[in-house]
Design a protein around this ligand. Structure first.
Ligand SMILES: [Zn+2]
Ligand SMILES: [Zn+2]
Length: 123
């Protein structure tokens, strides 16, 4: 596999921080270790990592995509004011209802959009 080193660096970077990063942020960080990597390679590897369930993507309301190396169940809150993305624990009740109905869940994505507490308190 041609992209193994790149893929590993991207995943290591995303797992090293509890932050949600754009492809360009990933590119800037990984380029410090792999100076010859291209933005296209970063996008391609992010796509593969997503397909393999190694990372998750969160879309903001203006369609910017951020990547998260923490794939354990959590819901996202995207602030339309400061554009920060917040993690919240995911409650299992809905998924349990789905499973009880005899369905199988392949993937799950819970994203809330709105204003965070800081943005709400400043006018
Ligand atoms: Zn905010
Ligand atoms: Zn997250």
């Amino acid at each position: 596999m041609r992209d193994t080193v790149q893929r590993r660096e991207i995943l290591t970077f995303l797992r090293s921080r509890r932050q949600h990063c754009s492809a360009v942020q990933v590119y800037d960080a990984v380029r410090e270790k792999l100076p010859s990597i291209s933005l296209g390679t970063v996008y391609r590897n992010l796509g593969h990592l997503l397909e393999d369930g190694e990372i998750i993507a969160v879309e903001t309301s203006d369609k910017c995509v951020y990547y998260d190396g923490f794939v354990q169940d959590h819901a996202h809150f995207v602030c339309d004011g400061c554009k920060n993305i917040f993690d919240f624990p995911l409650k299992r009740e809905i998924a349990q209802d789905v499973i009880k109905a005899g369905f199988s869940i392949e993937s799950e994505k819970v994203v809330y959009y709105g204003k965070c507490a800081d943005c709400r308190s400043q006018k």
